[in-house]
Design a protein around this ligand. Structure first.
Ligand SMILES: Cc1cc2nc3c(=O)[nH]c(=O)nc-3n(C[C@H](O)[C@H](O)[C@H](O)COP(=O)(O)OP(=O)(O)OC[C@H]3O[C@@H](n4cnc5c(N)ncnc54)[C@H](O)[C@@H]3O)c2cc1C
Length: 303
């Protein structure tokens, strides 16, 4: 599928290329077969060139953030998995109270930078794993905060390699959704407008929310966070617990005994184990509670 001519052309770009890469090393679930190739691009021209080459050679590609909301198939991922490194990991203060971060930057780095600049608004995101790109794509949120509340603009590359800018009102943010969820556009960077605040107060809030996470979430086990979206008027974790499924397991995949909204990889779980468990949970909750749970975690790779 990825022939030698394509490999030669890819290697001329500002990228790091590896083949047959186990995706379990690149996902928070620690699950997943091999990607045919993993390509870290370091700048916009190399991203444009790599995606154009994939299209020219008919090779599919997938943009990977930090892999914290993904379940990768045991059969791996066909084609190129692209990650954003180099200049995509930068973060800076661009205007008064406005921070711009590259899509490859971790949310943790962004939150720390905001705190160092004494800017408030991102405290809720402290503790959410993943990248800025993934957070914008998912409209990540926690503890009454959401990325949409602070995002003022997003730069992205469309499928023709054109760079465009979306303002806040064009981003179509809703619960765990943005305009990027429905397009092939690649998020390059995002700008966040924040509010000046005393640094200690920001740090205190971040610590408080991290403590709440540690108390409630099974952070010592590999997972992809909450597996299901919050259904209208209910909480997925409560429904699952009320159905008696806390601790229920399929192979190495288990409904976390600590937080029923999480599935944890307890002992060498496969993607198949997780999919079976998800199906079982959905079936039981549908029968007993008459509510259809929708997955927040994305399945990627060969079916
Ligand atoms: C322990 C734990 C706790 C969690 N807690 C929370 C929480 O409180 N709130 C919450 O919202 N989520 C939470 N999550 C889920 C996850 O961290 C978020 O969904 C996060 O935003 C995913 O970012 P990522 O970079 O890992 O994206 P990935 O999982 O790598 O990708 C997710 C999707 O985003 C797309 N994507 C990533 N980068 C780009 C880009 N540059 N351009 C276009 N598309 C892109 C990918 O193609 C994929 O479709 C948690 C996960 C874990 C493991």
């Amino acid at each position: 599928m990825i022939d030698n001519q394509l490999i030669e052309k890819l290697q001329k770009e500002n990228v790091t290329l590896a083949f047959n890469v186990p995706m379990k090393h690149h996902t928070s679930f620690r699950i997943g077969g091999c990607a045919d190739a993993l390509c870290e691009v370091k700048d916009v021209p190399s991203l444009r060139a790599v995606t154009a080459l994939c299209r020219e050679y008919g090779v599919p590609y997938f943009i990977l953030g930090r892999g914290s909301n993904l379940l990768v198939s045991d059969q791996g991922i066909e084609g190129l998995v692209i990650t954003l490194g180099g200049e995509f990991c930068e973060v800076s203060l661009t205007e008064e109270n406005v921070i711009r971060a590259g899509a490859g930057c971790t949310l943790a780095k962004l939150c720390m930078f905001a705190k160092e600049m004494s800017l408030s608004g991102l405290e809720f995101a402290w503790g959410i794993p993943g990248s800025v790109g993934g957070a914008v794509y998912m409209n990540a949120g926690a503890y009454n905060g959401e990325i949409k509340q602070v995002t003022v603009a997003v730069d992205y590359m469309d499928k023709d390699g054109q760079i465009k800018r979306c303002r806040a009102d064009e981003l179509q943010f809703s619960y765990r959704h943005s305009r990027f969820t429905d397009t092939e556009d690649i998020i390059l960077s995002a700008a966040f407008c924040l509010t000046p605040k005393e640094q200690n107060a920001i740090a205190e809030k971040m610590n408080e929310l991290m403590e709440r996470r540690k108390l409630k979430q099974p952070l010592n086990h590999p997972s992809a966070g909450s597996v299901f979206k919050r259904p209208e008027g209910a909480f997925a974790a409560a429904l699952i617990e009320e159905c008696g499924l806390k601790g229920y397991r399929c192979g190495g995949a288990q409904v976390s005994p600590k937080h029923a909204g999480f599935i944890v990889n307890d002992n060498g779980a496969t993607a198949e184990d997780v999919l079976h468990l998800i199906e079982h949970i959905r079936q039981v909750v549908s029968e007993k509670k008459h509510i259809n749970l929708c997955c927040e975690v994305k399945f990627v790779g060969r079916k």
